[in-house]
Design a protein around this ligand. Sequence first.
Ligand SMILES: Nc1ncnc2c1ncn2[C@@H]1O[C@H](COP(=O)(O)OP(=O)(O)OP(=O)(O)O)[C@@H](O)[C@H]1O
Length: 230
Amino acid sequence: MELCIDRLTKQYENKIAVDRVSLQLTNGVYGLLGANGAGKTTFMRMLCGILKPTSGTVTFDGMDVSSEEYRAELGYLPQDFGYYPDFNGMDFLLYMASLKGLTKTEAKRKSKKLLELVSLSDVAKKKIATYSGGMKQRLGIAQALLNDPKIIILDEPTAGLDPKERVRFRNLIKELGTESIVLLSTHIVSDIEHIADTVLMMKAGQIVFNGSADEIDDLEKFYLDEFEEE
Ligand SMILES: Nc1ncnc2c1ncn2[C@@H]1O[C@H](COP(=O)(O)OP(=O)(O)OP(=O)(O)O)[C@@H](O)[C@H]1O
């Protein structure tokens, strides 16, 4: 199982947002760190097949990012995820499941299981409008997992989580990383230190560091040094 990113590039008019990124990702949790505007969202959207690269390719075990079969293996939580405030948590998941092509029985079974996994079972029948930021975020993570994805891409998933939820989230992500490729972006260094097996640092559209968090004594300092001149 390998996600192969080859010289992936995105240019917006005169701005190169992602600049010839090549990476091979296998099982595990990858933390993508970068300042605002470094190119993280652009990069992730290309990995999801939502944004067409200017050049370069993304393939998963030979399947191209634009193929249906690739989509079937993908779970994605965008940064600006649109929730339906009048839906309750359960109905929202059932709705997302139907969009992903799950059968009714399968959708019910899976939604129930995922609500348990993200500890939202007791509010499953409450309107999303009443959820806290962290609860919405957990619901977003649950919808990304409906199709048992092998590639899980989460754009700033820890935004809005309180300290308790952060710990719960870390445990969940760790578990997912044992069987899937999990790529999550953040600009909070401590999130990455505790969750990621591999740290990817992005700067001006390029991956400037790719290695284990353990390799660096003080990730926060390393990160700040890297970005100091910006
Ligand atoms: N549609 C667009 N048209 C033109 N420029 C864009 C567009 N989308 C992004 N950019 C530019 O590309 C660069 C990378 O943006 P991107 O959103 O990928 O960064 P990011 O690392 O995800 O930042 P953030 O954490 O703020 O989301 C930025 O300079 C941004 O202004």
